[in-house]
Write a protein that binds this ligand. Structure first.
Ligand code: MV4
Length: 587
């Protein structure tokens, strides 16, 4: 192994390039139009342009990537996570080109990517499973029959999906048809296939996952678990290792189940076996296996004292699992906070745009894995992860305090980020107590203190005009004084509350007049579904269009009942923030 193509972008491309450099390997980056000035391009030994910004034209283009691998004369391809990392056809194309693939064999990727097949593997390995349908559902009738047998709510899941995309929870037989259609559509859009299966839905489980490493010759080691329960709409926000409060015998059983599943799948390289865990019963259930390095791998690295990407490259080179991995003991506690270009004060809407200032925290026990820097423009086309802030402490509380300190040091300007959310989370009594669950963020946290970012007229966050700084010394003590300019700041529509009848009248006029509601796009993105037509009657809360932005589907709804007039969008159209979708005339 001498030269590695890193078929990815952002922080994980940087992470892998660094590992290559440390191992004396030549690291080759690829980039799309939007990534010409990206950090991963600068840090690579070589960089090759692979196409337009749209992922399908660049980071998802199998033939284009294999062609670049050939022209760059690499001997190995590392896929990172996301994009083609769990695409068996890409792994096969890499192998067919005579190159090493840093990951499991295409057969294992395919088996685990098909969640129904994965359940069969777990069954064969005698690992515990959530009760569910083994075959994909033939239609709504089959789902209703399953609901009658196992009870509601049901989880309808994309058989070829993952990460919650394409998953819908249905509370009753009446919701099955709509839930199934929505799961199928999201799955088709995200993964190109629309098979869906059903499981009994657990109400407030913890998400605990096991990191394993397999040499492909039957040896599998368990490298520790991570708790990834703190998420919002299936987007993980905070991960930690070890899982707080997990009884030792459960940890051992979970590690063994993960290794058994990996062996049954004839697995090779690093992988993650996900479980749902119910603290009350101390029962855990196999969810799925991810056949890639994960975003949250650093918390395992810091507690196990290992480098998982080095290990991946070593295993791919045929060196096997490092001997020292046998008797690993976990030390201390690690927490990771995902720093996303999102506005936590506005329902975590992704906000692409230019980063005008960027200063990372440092100091004891602090690690930053970033994919951006000052001056880079965060593209709309990719996910919103800018960086991961990972801290290690001797124990959980030291790690938590260290995270708070590091969050305070992190300075990012130009785009809003999830940092204010993380501060709130680190102070939340349930988090402090280690009582995490997958519903904590959405149901247990009061996020109302998070202010929306200041937006300009077009709905984009203004790069806050930097304050003028004045340093004064008063009786020998230094004070930094920030002077803010006096111009009126345009307040975004969603936080404007008309206070007087006159203001109310003006607001109405602006919104289309009395009885009219102009529905606008809350963010820039692509219209993937138009669910209404001019003249349709809609109820308040009814979805008008589905808007995809930064890989998430967002349902744009009518706020009042009425008739749709002046529909202005079509499927496939790209829209900016604040574009008019339609007007709803009150009935
Ligand atoms: C579930 C579940 C409850 N019951 N399955 C969401 C992501 C996907 N990997 C599986 N997910 C879930 N599957 C059953 N039968 C709850 C979730 C779930 C979840 C899982 C892991 C992490 C966060 C989650 C948040 C909400 C729901």
């Amino acid at each position: 192994m001498e030269k590695v193509l890193v078929a990815n972008r952002g922080e994980i491309a940087v992470r892998v390039l660094r590992a290559c450099r440390e191992l004396g390997l030549v690291a080759v980056a690829v980039y799309s139009d939007a990534d010409r000035d990206a950090l991963h391009v600068e840090l690579a030994d070589e960089a090759w342009h692979i196409g337009e910004t749209a992922p399908a034209k660049s980071y998802l283009n199998v033939d284009g990537l294999v062609e670049v691998a050939r022209r760059a004369k690499v001997d190995t391809v590392h896929p990172g996570y996301g994009f083609l990392a769990e695409n068996a056809a890409f792994a096969q194309a890499v192998l067919d080109a005579g190159l090493r693939w840093v990951g499991p064999k295409p057969e294992a990727i395919a088996a685990m990517g098909d969640k129904v097949a994965a359940r069969k593997v777990a069954e064969q390995a005698k690992a515990p499973l959530v009760p569910g349908s083994v075959e994909p559902l033939s239609g709504p009738e089959a789902a209703v029959a399953f609901g009658e047998r196992h009870g509601y709510p049901l989880a309808l899941k994309a058989a070829f999906g993952g990460g919650g995309r394409g998953m819908k929870v249905v509370g009753s037989a009446a919701d099955v048809a709509a839930g199934l259609e929505s799961a199928r559509r999201e799955s088709k859009a995200a993964f190109g296939r629309d098979e869906v299966y059903a499981e009994r839905y657990l109400e407030a489980p913890r998400h605990i996952e096991a990191q394993i490493l397999a040499d492909g010759r039957g040896e599998v080691v368990f490298l520790g678990e991570r708790d990834c329960s703190l998420q919002r709409r299936h987007q993980k926000l905070i991960e930690e290792a070890p899982a707080p409060g997990l009884p030792e015998e459960v940890r051992v059983a979970l590690g063994k189940a993960a290794c058994d599943i990996a062996r049954a799948a004839d697995y090779e390289n690093a992988g993650t076996v996900e479980f749902l865990y119910e603290p009350g019963s101390q029962k855990f259930y196999f969810l799925e296996m991810n056949t890639r390095i994960q975003v949250e791998h650093p918390v395992t690295e810091l507690t196990a004292g290992i480098d998982l990407v080095h290990a991946q490259l070593r295993v791919a080179a045929g060196e096997g699992i490092p001997a020292s991995y046998d008797g690993l003991v976990s030390r201390g506690h690690a927490i990771e906070a995902r720093i996303n270009a999102e506005d936590p004060g506005a329902r975590f809407v992704p906000v692409p745009g230019p980063i005008t200032a960027w200063r990372e925290p440092a100091g004891p026990g602090v690690r930053v894995d970033a994919g951006v820097r000052a001056g880079f423009t965060v593209p709309q086309a990719y996910d919103s992860l800018l960086a991961k802030l990972i801290v290690w402490g001797e124990d959980r509380d030291q790690a938590r305090r260290r995270m708070l300190r590091a969050l305070d040091e992190f300075e990012i300007e130009g785009v809003p980020t999830t940092i204010p959310f993380h501060r709130l989370a680190m102070h939340h009594p349930a988090f402090v107590a280690g009582e995490v669950s997958t519903v904590l963020v959405e149901q247990g946290m009061d996020l109302s203190s998070l202010q929306p970012a200041i937006l300009d007229g077009a709905g984009q966050p203004t790069a806050k005009p930097p304050p003028r700084r004045l340093v004064i010394e008063l009786e020998g003590k230094r004070f930094d004084v920030d002077l803010f300019p006096q111009e009126a700041v345009k307040v975004p529509e969603r936080i404007r509350t008309p206070r007087s009848p006159k203001a109310l009248e003006l607001a109405r006029a602006e919104s289309g007049g009395p009885g009219k509601e102009v529905v606008k796009t809350p963010m820039q993105g692509t219209i993937v579904k138009v669910l209404v037509a001019d003249g349709d009657t809609v109820k308040a809360g009814q979805t008008l269009v589905v808007l995809e932005a930064m890989k998430m589907e967002n349902h744009v709804t009518a706020h009042q009942a009425g008739t749709v007039v002046g529909l202005e969008v079509t499927e496939g159209q790209t829209v900016p923030t604040g574009a008019t979708i339609a007007t709803i005339e009150a009935a």
